[in-house]
Design a protein around this ligand. Structure first.
Ligand code: URA
Length: 242
C-alpha cells in the first residue's frame, strides 16, 4: 500500500492542521483576533516527540527521552512520570513486571514498593543484585490509575518500547514476573501454572515465567514454587554461559 503525504501526516498526527481560509476578493479582512495562548493552554498541549524515527531504530538515550514524552495512550494524562526501567543496560538478566504502581509512579523507578523489596530478596536468593548484571523493566511505562489491570490498547502502544529495550540490552535471559508480563511477552493466554517450568522465547531471547512478587506477598504458599522457578532460571543461565 502506498501512503500519500497526507496519509503520512495523519499517521504522525500532524493533520488535520489549521489552514488560513482563503479570502475571496472583495470581502473585508476578518477583525484581528488574539492568538496568544495562555500559559495554561500551552501546558495542556501534547508534548512533541523529539524524533520521528521509528522506535525500533532508537538508541538508548533517545528511547528514554521518547518514552518520557510519550502521549500515545490515556495513561499519559494520569501519570506523575514515566517509569522506564532501572539497572545495568548491559545485563545478562532482564526482569519484566507489569506496570508501575503508586510508589513507582512517584519515584520513577520500577519495583520500589513492598513488591520491590520482595523482588530484591528474590534476586539475592540467586546471588543477584538490582543494578548489577540485572535490568528491571515493566510492560507498561505508566501507572494505570488505581492500579487497575493494563488495557489491550495501552499494551499495544507500549510494546515497542520494551521490544527496543530488549534489543538494546540483549539479555541472555528474561524472567517474566506474573501472568500479565508473561502473557504480554509471549503473546499467550495460557495460565501462569502452565507457563512455569518451561523455556519460552521472546524474539530469540529465552524467557522463564514466575509469579509476580505482589502475588507472592498475598500467597505465601506459592513462594516455594517461585523458588523452583528461580533455581530453574539460575541453571538455565549457567547453561547459556560460554
Ligand atoms: N509491580 C510491577 O509490575 N511493576 C512495578 O514496577 C511495581 C509493581
Amino acid at each position: 500500500m502506498t501512503l500519500t503525504l497526507e496519509d503520512r501526516l495523519h499517521e504522525l498526527e500532524l493533520l488535520p492542521a489549521w489552514k488560513p481560509r482563503q479570502r475571496t476578493s472583495g470581502t473585508a479582512p476578518s477583525p484581528a483576533i488574539d492568538i496568544t495562548a495562555s500559559a495554561e493552554q500551552i501546558s495542556q498541549l501534547p508534548s512533541i516527540q523529539p524524533t520521528a524515527q521509528p522506535i525500533a531504530s532508537l538508541d538508548w538515550q533517545t528511547l528514554q527521552q521518547v518514552v518520557s514524552n510519550c502521549q500515545a495512550c490515556a495513561l499519559a494524562k494520569t501519570r506523575t512520570q514515566t517509569v522506564f526501567g532501572v539497572g545495568d543496560t548491559d545485563a545478562d538478566w532482564l526482569f519484566v513486571g507489569e506496570a508501575p504502581g503508586a510508589e513507582e509512579d512517584k519515584r520513577g523507578e520500577p519495583f520500589v514498593g513492598a513488591a520491590g523489596q520482595l523482588l530484591d530478596n528474590m534476586l539475592a536468593a540467586i546471588r543477584l543484585r538490582r543494578g548489577e548484571n540485572v535490568y528491571i523493566a515493566n510492560v507498561l511505562k505508566c501507572r494505570p490509575p488505581e492500579n487497575r489491570d493494563p488495557q489491550g490498547e495501552e499494551v499495544k502502544k507500549c510494546d515497542p518500547y520494551l521490544k527496543r529495550q530488549v534489543e538494546l540490552i540483549r539479555p541472555k535471559l528474561i524472567v517474566a514476573l506474573g501472568k500479565f508480563a508473561a502473557q504480554s511477552l509471549l503473546g499467550s493466554e495460557e495460565t501462569i501454572a502452565s507457563m512455569r517450568g518451561k523455556l519460552h522465547d521472546y524474539n530469540g531471547v529465552p524467557v522463564i515465567v514466575t509469579y509476580h512478587p505482589a502475588f507472592l506477598l498475598r500467597s505465601l504458599n506459592e513462594k516455594a514454587k517461585a523458588w523452583e522457578d528461580l533455581c530453574f532460571a539460575r541453571a538455565t543461565m549457567s547453561s547459556l554461559m560460554p
